[in-house]
Design a protein around this ligand. Structure first.
Ligand SMILES: Cc1ncc(COP(=O)(O)O)c(C=O)c1O
Length: 391
């Protein structure tokens, strides 16, 4: 079937790639060992530091986010090391599964998929670990499967208060360049990121922002590593090159995306995401539906996961929306499969895109026969208008 007009890609990543970035991606590929490439990579390696809010190095792999997860673990840890992880949702579970497969001893704190990491529990676990067997605390900043954002600064403080030397590793895959995140100020040792969400790029780049402590750990860690080895990257990056063929065109796109984020200003980017998230929550509340995130201080600004009324299929609803309005909404993953749908409101996005998205959801609720009240779009529009001047 032919669909006229633009597809609405409202999953929480990959996100809509803006035209400026698409144009940058379409430039001819150049010699990745020549001087023009070295200038490009110096620009993006530097620009990434500003996006991760760090003065330390950021490593860029041609990879998905999963690759960047693996790089974080294999560079800093040794087989048999203990790591502390938290079941905040599907992605935290996948990272835990990877750690276990790599031979790490994972202490996985169970969760209900409606809350983030409790800093009090971090303190408790670390205080009890008198022998400092735990080598790292690994947290997903924004759990994309649930729309819950953990409080990294408070987790850092809990670690400091416990005077525990474990490293802190944070997955910012769906928060980077969308929700305030400060690698250096928050004392994070490895920050994991990727290209296809707040950075407004297609999938294909994975990032590790690293602290001095993480670099020191990488010199003694004994986990086998080859492709993911930071050492080769540091060496080649000094001169603006990569140890193997980099994703040249994605790096053109990255340079453009960093420029756009900086033209808007990171603080305004974060405020825009906060505002769109609040407007979305007002729509959900007017529809009389429930948000999966149970604690308002952990509401995500990049996506909202909405619970389907008991006994109704979230996937059937999403199918209706796709069929009638050519809009993709995020599906429920893992334990909440078919029970929630997710509205992505991150990346290259504005008020009218949000209004269109919410209109598609509201009409879809009627067409799919989901009991709800009207007025969600109106509630969101009222909030957008009220806050227009401040934005
Ligand atoms: C929070 C989070 N971590 C990790 C991943 C895995 O990234 P990828 O699918 O790019 O490998 C995702 C993917 O959506 C994610 O949202």
């Amino acid at each position: 079937m032919f669909n006229s007009g633009r597809h609405f890609l409202q999953i929480p990543g990959p996100t809509n790639v803006p035209d400026q970035v698409l144009r940058a991606l379409s430039k001819p590929t150049i010699d990745h060992r020549g001087p023009e490439f070295a200038r490009l990579s110096m620009d993006v390696l530097d620009g990434c530091k500003r996006i991760f809010q760090t003065s330390g190095p950021v490593i860029i792999f041609p990879s998905s986010g999963t690759g960047a997860w693996e790089a974080a673990l294999v560079n800093t840890l040794s087989t048999g090391d203990r790591v502390l992880m938290f079941e905040t949702g599907h992605f935290a579970t996948l990272w835990k599964n990877m750690a276990a497969r790599l031979g790490l001893e994972v202490d996985f704190v169970p969760g209900d998929w409606r809350h983030g990491v409790d800093p009090g529990q971090v303190a408790e676990k670390l205080t009890a670990d008198k022998g400092h067997a735990i080598k790292s605390v690994n947290v997903v900043h924004n759990e994309t499967s649930t729309g819950v954002t953990s409080r990294i600064a408070e987790i850092r403080k809990a670690m400091d208060d416990a005077e525990h030397p474990a490293m802190l590793m944070v997955d910012t895959i769906s928060s980077l360049a969308s929700i305030d995140y400060r690698h250096e100020e928050w004392g994070v040792d490895v920050t994991v990121g990727c290209s296809q969400k707040g950075l407004m790029l297609p999938p294909g780049l994975g990032f590790n922002a690293v602290s001095e402590k993480a670099v020191a750990a990488s010199k003694t860690a004994r986990m086998p590593r080859s492709y993911w080895n930071w050492a080769g990257m540091f060496e080649a990056n000094k001169r603006g090159f990569f140890p193997s063929t980099p994703a040249t065109n994605l790096l053109y796109g990255l340079r453009e995306a960093i420029g756009m984020l900086e033209a808007e200003g990171l603080a305004r980017v974060f405020a825009r995401h906060d505002r769109h998230a609040e407007a979305t929550r007002r729509a959900v509340s007017a529809w009389g539906l429930e948000i999966l995130c149970a604690d308002p201080q952990e509401y995500s600004s990049s996506l909202t996961a909405v619970m389907m009324p008991e006994g109704l299929s979230a996937d059937a609803f999403r199918q209706t929306v796709l069929k009638h309005f050519d809009m993709s909404l995020g599906n429920g993953l893992g334990k909440v499969s078919d029970k929630v749908f997710r509205i992505g409101h991150l990346g290259s996005f504005n008020d009218l895109m949000l209004a269109g998205t919410l209109a598609g959801v509201e009409m879809g609720l009627s067409l799919a026969g989901i009991p709800h009240s009207k007025g969600g779009v109106a509630a969101a529009m009222a909030y957008l208008q009220e806050t227009m001047a401040a934005s």
